[in-house]
Design a protein. Structure first.
Length: 237
């Protein structure tokens, strides 16, 4: 393994932690053991290692929470996995029962440049075949249109903070809108609601939310955001 490269095993752990606790929720050792198919004792040893690396905060007998650095890595590998699932299903038309396992094998080898090219080819998808949100890229753009206009990958820099879409939020949040994904039509629909990069954002989590809408406050105005839009408006976390 090259210097600075993260092992596939670590990426798998961080990916499962993200899937179960993307919004800062504590994920139990039992849940990790079940999802990874690994004995609880082995999971505990790895969690201690991940904490020493600075990727998680771990409390024995309770569970683990991703740190900011752990979240960054977990989002990147999760994004690659879900984009690959879309590619395998919609372009290569692989049998659905094989898609997840093949994406797992491919995600670790997919370069950031190839990930970006796939995203552009698939027209910046927002959900994978299982209807899970595709995380935002970690490139320092405000929108997909900015990404399209930058032809030289070597000139792209990474964003210095993490993002979550509105539809991924599972707790109260006060922050700012920092990335909006989608084509011109979706961007126009979002702009019509006066939502823009830098808008003040407030969300009060409601476990009993009804329907496919999120009640949020943006620049002081209460808005019901449909889920298709919420999947593509990203908040700084």
């Amino acid at each position: 393994m090259a210097e600075g490269q993260i092992s596939e095993n670590i990426e798998e752990y961080l990916e499962v932690l993200y899937r179960n606790g993307s919004n800062g929720e504590q994920v139990s050792t039992t849940q990790l053991s079940k999802d990874l198919g690994i004995a609880p004792g082995s999971v505990t040893q790895m969690l201690k290692k991940l904490e020493n690396l600075g990727y998680i905060n771990y409390v024995p007998y309770k569970g683990a929470v991703l740190t900011e650095e752990g979240m960054k890595i977990a989002q990147k590998i999760t994004r690659k996995h879900r984009i690959l699932e879309i590619f395998l299903k919609e372009v290569l038309m692989i049998n659905e029962e094989n898609i997840h396992d093949q994406a797992c094998e491919m995600e670790h080898a997919l370069s950031d440049e190839a990930e970006r090219a796939l995203c552009n080819m698939l027209k910046n998808p927002d959900v994978c075949p299982d209807n899970n949100v595709v995380p935002a890229c970690n490139f320092d753009f405000d929108s997909c249109q900015q990404c399209y206009s930058q032809k030289n990958f070597d000139q792209i820099v990474n964003r210095e903070f993490n993002l979550l879409s509105i539809s991924e939020l599972n707790s109260d949040v006060e922050s700012t809108v920092s990335f909006i994904r989608g084509d011109d039509e979706l961007l126009d629909d979002i702009a019509d609601l006066n939502i823009k990069i830098g808008s003040d954002f407030k969300y009060e989590f409601n476990e009993n939310r009804m329907g496919n809408y999120y009640l949020v406050t943006i620049d002081g105005a209460e808005l019901n955001i449909p889920i298709e839009m919420a999947n593509n408006i990203f908040i700084r976390v």
